[in-house]
Design a protein around this ligand. Structure first.
Ligand code: PLP
Length: 418
């Protein structure tokens, strides 16, 4: 039957242009990746047609025997990846994974303690405009001004003072490994549950390039589309049977209806890929590449939040260059380098402007870039920021745009799509 190229030229055109953009730009957005064709195929499959409220073997609809196979594969593979007993692979997003834990473990009005947005936390960890900040008494911890590392004295003091029911660790722009054991110690001191949102670094955990938070937390949530390199979606994992049961009820019927079975199938494929030796090599390379890019950026005179990275992501503080995150993001974009403006700790600028950019290595590493390519990218970032600071970046942008075209041509993606 006719495909989208035949039936809907306008929409097909948007997809073709996005494919071209992904092929020809350097993707540095730390929360993005490039999924395999197998993941794309599973997500684009007939499983999208199926309603399957409930869980494998206990559905509220008939005809679920084959989607059950897919969901069980995803669950079993997730358990192996994170060395845990229970996995719920149904959350439609990372935000909903977090929401499901909240519904499972706490009640509106309860106190939670999470990392503030400006220190690198996520909206769903208690930020004011988010449901987590509106429905709970959200207390927020930050980082130390001198080291940009989590201030555990502050975390302990806030925990003792506010007696949270739930403590949350993990973030969207925190470049360093987090001391999960210390968090658990504090949670135990005040009788709180401890949740780690490993959305950003889950792929590094799966690939053995980062400590596993499940060694210390009661429950962990994640997205499946960042370093884990699966379809957009969420997941909850735990070793605690009582929490697992509560989370299952919270996901369905608590906050969701029919699970996205095509996405769950694609999660199963991605988790299968993440169990391979190739993925272990990938995860190790992601960390090496982020470090290479950070070192090169530093060598070209840029400041890094916390002085560097030990994960997939780095935050560049542009204040010494008197350049805003907004202007740097736009200039890099004109050179076909895609990143996002990002607040830095104690940022004097508004969130729509910011003093920083966030750069990550997951997508570039997937397309085959190694340390040499990421060092080059770090240098280009330095050159472009200097050019913006000088007031006339156009010739530098144009020159680097040509170099970016040549680099992406050497590392093609999705050659047989489109
Ligand atoms: N948690 C963290 C740490 C994140 O960085 C994100 C996404 O940026 C989320 C949760 C939310 O995921 P989603 O965008 O799938 O709702």
């Amino acid at each position: 039957s006719a495909g989208v190229n035949d039936t809907d030229k306008e929409l097909a055109d948007a997809i073709a242009k996005e494919l071209d953009r992904q092929q020809h730009e350097i993707e540095l957005i730390a929360s993005e990746n490039i999924v395999s064709k197998a993941v794309l195929e599973a997500q684009g499959s007939v499983l999208t047609n199926k309603y399957a409220e409930g869980y494998p073997g206990k559905r509220y609809y008939g005809g679920c025997q084959f989607v059950d196979l897919a969901e069980n594969l995803a669950i079993e593979r997730a358990k192996k990846l994170f060395n845990c007993e229970y996995a719920n692979v149904q959350p439609n997003s990372g935000s909903q994974a977090n929401q499901s834990v909240f519904q499972a473990l706490i009640k509106p009005g309860d106190t939670i303690l999470g990392m503030s947005l400006d220190a690198g936390g996520h909206l769903t960890h208690g930020a004011k405009p988010n449901q987590s900040g509106k429905w709970f008494n959200a207390v927020q911890y930050g980082v130390r001004e001198d080291t940009h590392l989590i201030d555990f004295d502050e975390v302990r003091a806030l925990a003792k003072e506010h007696q949270p029911k739930l403590i949350i660790a993990g973030g969207s722009a925190y470049p360093r490994q987090i001391d999960f054991a210390k968090f658990r110690e504090i949670a135990d001191e005040v009788g709180a549950s401890f949740m780690v949102d490993m959305a950003h670094f889950a792929g590094l955990v799966a690939g053995g390039a980062h400590p596993n938070p499940l060694d210390h937390c009661h429950v962990a949530t994640t997205t499946t589309h960042k370093t884990l390199r699966g379809p957009r979606g969420g997941m909850v994992v735990t070793n605690d049977e009582t929490i697992a049961k509560k989370v299952n009820s919270a996901v369905f019927p608590g906050i969701q209806g029919g699970p996205l079975m095509h996405v769950i199938a694609a999660k199963a494929v991605a988790f299968g890929e993440a169990l391979t030796d190739d993925f272990r090599a990938y995860a190790a390379q992601v960390v090496k590449n982020a470090r290479a890019m950070s070192e090169a950026a530093k060598a070209s005179g840029l400041d890094l939040v916390s002085g560097g990275t030990d994960t997939h992501v780095a935050l560049i503080d542009l204040r010494p260059k008197k350049v805003t995150g907004k202007d740097a993001e736009a200039a890099l974009g004109r050179a076909y380098i895609t990143c996002n403006k990002n607040g830095v700790p104690f940022d004097p600028e508004k969130p729509a402007i910011t003093s920083g950019i966030r750069v990550g290595s997951p997508a570039g590493t997937t397309r085959g870039f190694g340390e040499a390519e990421f060092s080059q990218i770090g240098e280009w970032i330095g050159e472009i920021v200097d050019a913006v600071a000088s007031g006339d970046p156009s010739s530098t942008e144009a020159r680097i745009a040509e170099d970016v075209k040549a680099l992406t041509a050497r590392f093609p993606i999705y050659e047989t799509l489109g």
